[in-house]
Design a protein around this ligand. Structure first.
Ligand code: NDP
Length: 394
């Protein structure tokens, strides 16, 4: 039995707290800590109201390593689940190293002043985690996360060589708002407005949202999907044997794209500070304050997400193509943990990753991406925990 510390009480943090609290056989105690203490208390009350157990809460500024170390040392968790923002990855990793605790996150580090996410900053911790005999598991959400594990499964069981991978991500749901993002607006808009990139022996760049295709998503149907750069491409291009091309596709509705274009044209997605009435403000941070909180979209959200990996390659000398995927229903996740499916599909794999670490099913010293671990125990667990997966030959 282990204690778990969750950092970040947003849409994803709520799901992680609910699911950790339900895991009474693995986690002896659950603590949820975040910058705004009242958000932790609200989630704790919700867990109790749904018949769950009492969890502990704390207020912490995760940019402050000393504050984090003090909290971790006084509570004594087996593993820290970081579901705050990517900006906090490095201070939380530093604190885990100092306090001697395993680490897990769902999104790779990006510096606040440049819209650029890369693994180089976190991979640079490899020797320090190894030397301390600790594990850092990077990107244990859905994408990155489950998508990396689907690729590892294709490599282990379905194909002798994986030649091409298309990660396809569709939110076919509707929240009824004119414009909103399904996870942290600042992080989401920085990702979508960046140049597209895919790997084909080397990296190729495309203009933002300039390449699209139609894809038939199980449980949703045909949807226009746009080529984006997504962080799991970087580690999968490095770790999959014999890979020739890998790309990532995401669906967006017409209304979303129209709003995004206007917001970009008027400068509201800028990440540099501008002076306004004697104060420095960052337009994208101001926009975040105006947009709905992603967690608040959950009540009344209808429809499904459908996310998977289309993997093509060779098995016993024959060309084969498989789609490995999950379909998740917004209304069902709301009934279970009061969250929409985008938060749920991120939070459930984070809990599964932490269970893999706490039970010793996944172990290692150093910094790991998900596809480097055995996919089988993870997929068995994540399926039971609420994200069943399917394989379809195409
Ligand atoms: P939210 O914005 O809803 O929540 C973020 C939480 O982190 C908030 O509670 C916020 O506190 C807290 N936080 C921010 N800064 C600090 C700080 N300095 N110290 C302590 N707490 C802090 O985001 P989401 O829940 O939607 O997303 C959480 C993470 O999940 C993000 O990193 C996102 O990129 C990732 N993600 C990963 C996906 C995947 O599939 N891999 C998919 C979707 C999201 P406050 O309330 O005070 O602002």
């Amino acid at each position: 039995m282990s204690k778990v510390l969750i950092i970040g009480a947003g849409g994803v943090g709520g799901v992680v707290a609910h699911k950790c609290a339900a895991e009474t056989a693995v986690f002896s105690e659950v603590m949820l800590a975040s910058r705004t203490g009242s958000k932790c208390e609200k989630i704790a009350a919700e867990i109790r109201a749904l018949g769950g157990r009492a969890i502990r809460t704390a207020q912490v500024n995760a940019d402050n390593v000393a504050e984090l170390v003090a909290l971790i040392k006084s509570y004594g968790p087996r593993v820290v689940i970081n579901v705050a923002l990517p900006y906090q990855d490095l201070p939380i990793m530093d604190a885990c190293l100092e306090a001697g605790v395993d680490y897990l996150d769902t999104a790779n580090y990006e510096p606040p002043d440049v819209a650029k996410f890369e693994y180089k900053w976190q991979w640079a911790y490899q020797d320090r985690f190894k030397a301390k005999g600790l594990m850092a598991l990077l990107g244990s959400g859905f994408d990155p996360g489950v998508t990396n594990v689907y690729c590892a499964y294709a490599q282990k069981h379905l194909l002798d060589e994986v030649h091409t991978v298309d990660i396809v991500d569709c939110n076919g749901g509707s929240h009824g708002k004119a414009f909103a993002t399904n996870f942290n607006p600042e992080i989401n808009l920085r990702e979508i407005t960046a140049a597209g990139r895919y790997w084909e022996g080397d990296w190729k760049e495309t203009d933002p949202l300039s390449v699209s295709m139609m894809f038939d998503y199980p449980g949703v149907g045909k949807r226009k999907s746009f080529l984006l750069y997504h962080e799991e491409l970087e580690s999968l291009a490095k770790n999959l044997r014999g890979l020739r091309r890998i790309s990532f596709w995401m669906t967006f509705g017409e209304s979303y794209l129209k709003h995004l274009e206007v917001l970009q044209n008027v400068g509201m997605t800028r990440i540099d500070a501008v002076e306004f009435q004697g104060q420095q403000i960052v337009p994208i941070q101001f926009l975040k304050a105006l947009l709905p909180d992603p967690a608040s979209l959950a009540a009344g959200y209808t429809g499904k997400t459908s996310i998977g990996c289309l993997c093509e390659g060779i098995k016993d000398g024959k060309r084969k193509r498989y789609l490995i995927y999950n379909v998740c229903d917004h209304a069902e996740t709301y009934r279970e943990v009061r969250a929409q499916a985008v938060s749920y599909t991120t939070g459930v794999p984070a809990v599964t990753g932490a269970v893999m670490i706490a039970t010793g099913k996944w172990k290692g010293h150093g910094v790991f991406n998900m596809e480097e671990m055995d996919p089988d125990p993870f997929l068995e667990d994540v399926g039971k925990r609420g994200l069943p997966w399917h394989v379809e030959e195409r």
